[in-house]
Every structure is written in structure tokens, then in C-alpha cells.
Ligand binder design. Structure first.
Ligand SMILES: *[C@@H]1O[C@H](CO)[C@@H](O)[C@H](O)[C@H]1NC(C)=O
Ligand SMILES: *[C@@H]1O[C@H](CO)[C@@H](O)[C@H](O)[C@H]1NC(C)=O
Ligand SMILES: *[C@@H]1O[C@H](CO)[C@@H](O)[C@H](O)[C@H]1NC(C)=O
Length: 218
């Protein structure tokens, strides 16, 4: 009887992890399963449910259903935050769920909290780099003039933390181009090509901005 129960519990856990694995949920958010006490355990539980809902939302083609799932994900993130406000992962989850729903201002606010000194201690360097990248992406999408400047700051810090990431370098290059800072843009696109020589967007940009140096590269 006891063995049955243990087996069942084990099976459920395995199923949950298989599910998370298959949905390719950002693995790095799951690294810190340190249950300090009952309330942080409950907070993690809401976080996991929210992360599952967000993954489902992302893989749902039907837009209204995807939004409904994202809304539930944001609610779970809120519950998690109310129990453990210092865990940056829940704030990031909330931001991602809000972004799916198109609430970019609230998403930015949630990311600001996640990256604030109070909570960001719970993030590793790479995780912080990812959060900064996401914040920059949302700022750029909202295409307000002042936000592009602060997106540049986020991306500069992000590429430092993330190391060789072509996507982050390319986005930084695009921001510099928008700001008409040609030299900086060329440097950023060069970083993208260093990280991924097949990055066609960066290659095209190089040809556009500095045709001669791009040719001599080859
Ligand atoms: C339990 O964990 C939460 C979240 O980390 C924390 O805010 C709270 O102070 C902890 N409570 C105790 C009694 O340690
Ligand atoms: C680069 O960063 C983006 C955004 O954080 C991430 O989705 C992507 O997987 C990263 N690419 C590599 C090669 O690490
Ligand atoms: C770049 O593309 C070539 C052919 O298209 C491929 O053989 C190579 O593995 C790719 N390199 C990287 C780093 O993706």
C-alpha cells in the first residue's frame, strides 16, 4: 500500500518533469529548488503551475485560448510573488505572461522588479542576461524613443553576461543603427558574426554599413 503510494507519487513527478522537458520551459529558471520553508514551497508550486500554463500558451495556435492560458499563468505568478516576493523567477514569469497578452508596460514593470537589487540576487549571471535581453526586446517593440536608449543599456549589460550570443549582439546592432551610431553598430554586428558566423541578418547589415570591411572579412 505504502509502496503503491510512493510509486504513484514518483510517477506523477516523472510525468511533470517530462512535460516540462517537452515544453522546453527555460531550464535555468528551475535550477533553484531550495525550499526554505512551507511558504517558499507553496510559492514554487504556484511558479511551476504558472510556467506550465505559459508553455501551453506559447504552443497554442488559437489566439484567444493562448491569451486565456497566459492570463492564468500571470495569476499563478502573482500568487507565487505574494508568498515569496524576493524570488526574481516569479517576476520574470509574470512579465513573460503579460507580454504574451500584449501588456508591455506591465511586463516592463515586472522585469524592473526582477532586475532590482532586492530580487536580482536570486538570479545567476546568465539568467540576469536573459532577463535584460527580454526587457530590451519589449522596450524596442514598444518603439518609444526614450526606451530605445535604455534598451541599449540593457543589451550592453546583457551581451557581457550572456557572452557569445548572436541574437543579443544583433539586436544591439539594430538599436545603434536606429540611433545612427554607425561605428558602434558595426562593432555589435561583428560580435554577432563572431558568435554565429551564419547570422545572415548581421552579415547583411555589415555589407550595408561597411561594405569594404565586410568583403575583406571573407
Ligand atoms: C519563509 O520564506 C519566505 C520566502 O522566502 C520568507 O519571506 C519568510 O520570511 C520565511 N519564513 C520563515 C519563518 O522563515
Ligand atoms: C541567445 O539569447 C536568446 C535570448 O535570451 C536565447 O533565446 C537564445 O537561445 C540564445 N542563443 C544562444 C546560442 O545561446
Ligand atoms: C553554418 O552553415 C553551414 C552551411 O550552411 C554549416 O555547415 C555550419 O555548420 C553552420 N555553422 C554554424 C556555426 O551554425
Amino acid at each position: 500500500m505504502v509502496i503503491d503510494l510512493v510509486m504513484q507519487a514518483g510517477l506523477i513527478l516523472v510525468t511533470i518533469f517530462m512535460f516540462l522537458w517537452m515544453q522546453k520551459i527555460p531550464q535555468n529558471l528551475f535550477t533553484k529548488f531550495r525550499y526554505r520553508n512551507r511558504s517558499s514551497y507553496a510559492a514554487k508550486r504556484h511558479f511551476i503551475i504558472g510556467a506550465q500554463l505559459l508553455a501551453k500558451s506559447r504552443s497554442t495556435k488559437d489566439r484567444p485560448s493562448a491569451i486565456k492560458l497566459a492570463r492564468s499563468a500571470a495569476e499563478e505568478a502573482d500568487k507565487s510573488i505574494s508568498l515569496d516576493p524576493k524570488d526574481a523567477a516569479s517576476h520574470i514569469l509574470k512579465a513573460l505572461a503579460l507580454d504574451v497578452q500584449g501588456f508591455s508596460t506591465s511586463a516592463l514593470e515586472a522585469l524592473d522588479v526582477a532586475l532590482s537589487p532586492l530580487t536580482s540576487k536570486s538570479l545567476s549571471g546568465g539568467e540576469r542576461g536573459d532577463a535584460l535581453f527580454k526587457r530590451a526586446e519589449i522596450k524596442i517593440k514598444s518603439s518609444k524613443r526614450g526606451l530605445v536608449d535604455s534598451a541599449v543599456d540593457d543589451l550592453v549589460e546583457s551581451v557581457k553576461l550572456k557572452g557569445d550570443n548572436a541574437t543579443a549582439f544583433r539586436l544591439l546592432g539594430e538599436c545603434y543603427e536606429k540611433k545612427e551610431l554607425k561605428e558602434e553598430a558595426v562593432d555589435a554586428y561583428a560580435g554577432a558574426l563572431r558568435a554565429d558566423p551564419n547570422c545572415t541578418a548581421a552579415r547583411d547589415a555589415m555589407n550595408r554599413l561597411s561594405p569594404n570591411s565586410a568583403k575583406s572579412d571573407k
